[in-house]
Design a protein around this ligand. Structure first.
Ligand SMILES: [Zn+2]
Length: 483
């Protein structure tokens, strides 16, 4: 048996002015052939799980292409054309195969195709016909479409957010492939899209309302013939028709899958107000600093890099600097400031302008470190990546006790190694700002005394109703009221 592996993986924020280009994939992971195995075989990533299970079952693995870029703006038409062509032509070159494992994110948008994942999966289906199983994984921040589900035999989403079960979910999807090829099962897949969008800060799976929702959903796995149950939390920052929550059920009969999907919808809609969440303002959070156990993990929701934001909002940095008495760590994406720091010598003090998105902050800084910005992560962390590159990186200190890390590439705060590799000691901080919502908790939670999500402004601000969606389905709570 021969099974090919292909993936285009991107979470696209349609509210960002800057599109995502091929260079962004090159700065992330644009891997072909055996380099996919080398990068991910041991990683806490769905590809690692897929590789493990196929190998154990003596299936010949044909790794073809895996393209991943840090979440950002819509993918340019040229970039998507290139990636699609790589997927289709590489599969064409190795046909016949017995199955294809796919690794979409589920919230990809290109300039030409708003349902980008639905498009490439459908093109793949057209190429191989209906008899070859196409099975894969999804990020629960997907905005899942009927096109994606119709083009595949089974899609399985991670069950945790932060996503620390990616390898396990890769294994689960690959087992469905193995059982399908062995003719032990004939998976039937059903999607049900709910008229509800879940606010981002309510998507933490270690807290309510998610704990009870996932428990409820996983109980269906005890039923005979139920193969997988995937909660899709959705990605509110993509203006697409599919935006919002959903469930995907894979079972031995469509009727069974549909019945379970209806039950899950009823459960969610009965609790719709629990998925809206409370939003704490910057002023409230800064005023509460003395009450919290240190270090405080301060989550900058509006500048969530894992949701596509630039990673250069200065709102929390300025607020903390104004307090003047708080040892704070903030990382800012600012290649220009890195260049200026690199022209100064270690230990020197100088005036530095830090460039945000439309504003700046000027202050006197002391340069404490310059590093290459490459580091590795070996424990299960959100995203499952091993090799990170934040480009040349400078660490400076201000008179007001802030430690500012300035990076040349945008990278989301998914690994504590980002700080440790640059000589920053997390436990020496009162406040660690992480530009994310839930994902950074896997890395930073274990070293922080308390966790606070802040309702900062930005391209990923927590209140999704402040964005103007033109393409989303209607009615959709909380935008519209539903019965
Ligand atoms: Zn996600």
């Amino acid at each position: 048996m021969k099974v090919a592996i292909v993936g285009i993986y991107h979470e696209s924020n349609t509210f960002l002015p800057k599109p995502t280009a091929l260079d962004d994939f090159k700065n992330g992971h644009l891997l072909k052939g055996d380099s996919i195995i080398e990068e991910y075989e041991k990683a806490h990533h769905e590809l690692g799980g897929i590789i493990e299970v196929l190998k154990i079952n003596d299936i010949e693995i044909i790794p073809l292409i895996y393209a991943e870029a840090t979440p950002g703006g819509v993918i340019t038409a040229d970039t998507y054309d290139y990636l699609l062509n790589e997927v289709i032509s590489s599969v064409q070159n190795v046909l016949p195969v017995d199955g294809i494992m796919v690794v979409p994110h589920g919230a990809g948008v290109s300039q030409k195709y708003r349902d980008m994942d639905g498009h490439w999966l459908s093109e793949l289906r057209k190429l191989v016909g209906n008899d070859i199983p196409i099975i894969g994984t999804l990020d629960p921040h997907a905005n899942v479409s009927k096109l994606m589900v119709n083009a595949t035999n089974a899609l399985v989403a991670y069950k945790t957010n932060p996503h620390v079960d990616q390898r396990a979910v890769g294994k689960e999807a690959a087992k469905i492939m193995v059982d399908t090829l062995a003719k032990r099962i004939i998976p039937k897949q059903v999607i049900r899209q709910f008229p509800l969008a879940i606010s981002i800060e309510q998507q933490y799976t270690s807290a309510e309302p998610c704990i009870s929702l996932y428990q409820y959903v996983h109980n269906f796995l005890k039923e005979d013939g139920v193969i997988s149950v995937s909660v899709i939390l959705g990605f509110p920052y993509a203006d697409v028709a599919e935006m919002g929550s959903a469930v995907i059920i894979v079972a031995d009969s469509e009727e069974k899958a549909n019945r379970i999907a209806l039950n899950v919808e009823e459960y969610v809609l009965n609790r719709k107000h629990d998925f809206v969440g409370d939003k704490k303002s910057v002023e409230e959070v800064l005023a509460e600093i003395p009450q919290h156990e240190k270090p405080i993990l301060m989550l900058d929701m509006g500048d969530n890099i894992g949701g596509g934001s630039p990673g250069n909002s200065l709102v929390l940095l300025k607020g903390l600097e104004e307090l003047g008495n708080t040892r704070s760590f903030v990382a800012i994406y600012d290649p220009e400031a890195v260049k200026i720091c690199a022209a100064n010598s270690l230990g020197s003090t100088f005036q530095l302008t830090i460039n945000g998105d439309g504003d700046t902050y000027e202050t006197e800084v002391t340069l404490v470190n310059i590093v290459s910005g490459k580091f590795t992560e070996s424990t299960p962390r959100h995203g499952g990546q091993v090799n990170y590159d934040m480009g040349k990186t400078a660490v400076v200190k201000t008179k007001n006790k802030s430690t500012i890390m300035l990076t040349s590439l945008r990278i989301p705060p998914f690994s504590l190694q980002q700080l440790l590799s640059a000589g920053v000691e997390p436990l020496m901080q009162d406040v660690i700002v992480a530009k994310g919502v839930n994902a950074p908790i896997a890395a930073y939670g274990p070293v922080c005394g308390s966790i606070v999500q802040v309702n900062t402004p930005g391209y990923t601000q927590a209140d999704m109703t402040l964005f103007e969606h033109k393409y989303r389905r209607k009615p959709l709570f909380p935008f519209e009221n539903i019965a």
